[in-house]
Design a protein around this ligand. Sequence first.
Ligand code: PLP
Length: 380
Amino acid sequence: MLDLPRPFLFSGNGGGVIEGNTTEAMICTLIAARERVLRRLGHNSITKLVVYGSDQTHCSFQKAARVVGIDPQNIRALKTMQSTLFGLSPDLLRNAIRSDINVGLIPLYLCATVGTTSVTAVDPLEPLCKVASEFGMWVHVDAAYAGSSCICPEYRKFLDGVEFADSFSFNAHKWLLTSLDCCCLWVKDPNALVKSLSTDPEYLKNEATESKQVVDYKDWQLSLSRRFRALKLWLVLRMYGVDNLRSHIRNDCRLAQLFEELVAKDDRFEVFFPRNFALVCFRILPSAVASMASGHAVENEHGEAWELNDVNKLNAQLLHAINASGRVFMTHTVVGGVYVLRFAVGAILVRERHVIMAWKLVQERANSLLSMSGSNTPHA
Ligand code: PLP
C-alpha cells in the first residue's frame, strides 16, 4: 500500500515490525545505529556520538536519544525557517556535522520527518540522506502522522527519497483507523537490530528459532512479550480495504482544504503554512489587530517590524474562546515565534457541515475579540 522500496521488505532482505509507538521505533533504531558504531570504536566512544534533527522534529526524538545514552549536549535540533517551509536544510546539516567532527565528535543518526507535528512540514529526504551517507550515518524517517496518507498515489511523493534511508516508521493509530497503539517500522538491515537487541537464554531456546525459519520479534523491540497488534491492523485492512482507506484519507484532506479556503477568504486571517495533509495552521493577522500597544516590536525573517506579543496573545485568546464553546476542539503551536491555531480533520464522523460550523465559530469568536481590542470592523 505504501509502495515501499524493496530493500525495506522481507523479500528484499529488509523487514518490518509493529512497535507500540514512534518513540520505541526511534529507540530501537538508535540502539542499532549506536551499536554498529560502538562495536567498531569501543563503548567509551558513546560520549562522542551526535544525533541530528531539526527544531521541528518531535520531542520524542530527544527523549529516545537520551534513553539510549546520547549526551544531551550532543542532540542537535537544527534551525528551520518559514521561508523554507520549516524543512531541515541539507547544507545546515552538513555544516553542523563538519563542526562536530572538527571537535572530535562522531555523527551517528539523523531523524528526518515527513509531516512534522506542529505544521506538517516535510524534510527533503533525498538530499538529507545524501549528506548523512557521506558521514556513514543512520537515517530514520519519522512519518508518524503523514505516513498513512502515502497509501494514496497522489501523496506518495512525500516519501520520495525514503529509498536512501535506513529505517521508516508511521503510526497506523494516528490516521489509519487503527486503535492505539500501532507503529509500523521497517528497516533495511534487520541484522543491525537483531545484533543489538537479541538475547539467547536457555529458557527461550526452541526448534523454530534454531531452524532460523522464523522471525523472533523479541530481537526487534525492547520487551520480550508482544501484543498481537498485527491482528487489529489486519482487521482494519480487511474490513475497509485499500480503496476505502484511501477515500478516508482523501476525504479528510478535502475537508481540511475546505477549511483552508474559508480561512483564505477572510482577509483578517492567514493560512500560516501551506496545507500538505489534513491539518490547517492559521491565525489572525497582525494587520487585523489595531491596538497592539503593549507588545514588543520584533522583526520577522523578512525584516518586517511588528508586534508579536499582542498578536500571539490574541490568537491564544481566540483558541481559548473556540474551545470554551465545547463545540469544536482545536490545538495550537508556536513556530518561529508565531502562535498559530491548528485545525485537524481526522475523525470519521466529520462532515462538511461540521467544518463550516467550525469556521463560523472561529469568525464569531474573532469578531468579538477584535471588536473588544478596537480593531477592524467585524465580518458577517
Ligand atoms: N513523531 C511525530 C511526527 C509525531 O507527530 C508524534 C506524535 O504526535 C510522534 C513522533 C510521537 O509518537 P509516539 O507517541 O508514537 O511516540
